[in-house]
Design a protein around this ligand. Sequence first.
Ligand code: SF4
Ligand code: SF4
Length: 116
Amino acid sequence: MATWRCVKQCGACCHLDPAERPDLDEYLSFEELQLYLSMVGQDGWCVNFDRDSRECRIYADRPRFCRVLPDVFEELYGVESPELNDFAIECCRQQIEGVYGDRSLEMIRFDREVGI
Ligand code: SF4
Ligand code: SF4
């Protein structure tokens, strides 16, 4: 069975362009939405994302909506723990496809590392 994990050197979910996430206000509170929008750089990437290392500069202090954790996913998306694995894999694949493409090295690496 495929098992979700965050693959290093990806960062696709740190591409925050709101035009690609029209339903943000359905799952973020007003305060979180303001925070989210304040993090969007001119190129659509999060201002905290280091494009060279592809790592988060504020990882330990990143906002709740950046964390793939059972309680966060249940609160934000109504996804309960047994479904979290498949939901997280699907979220990552959608994000990677949108940012890098469905035949990108990032997608190949993700699929291989999670066991698809
Ligand atoms: S899209 Fe998924 S694999 Fe890529 S950085 Fe985000 S959580 Fe990790
Ligand atoms: S705060 Fe960090 S984890 Fe969250 S979107 Fe920005 S770079 Fe990515």
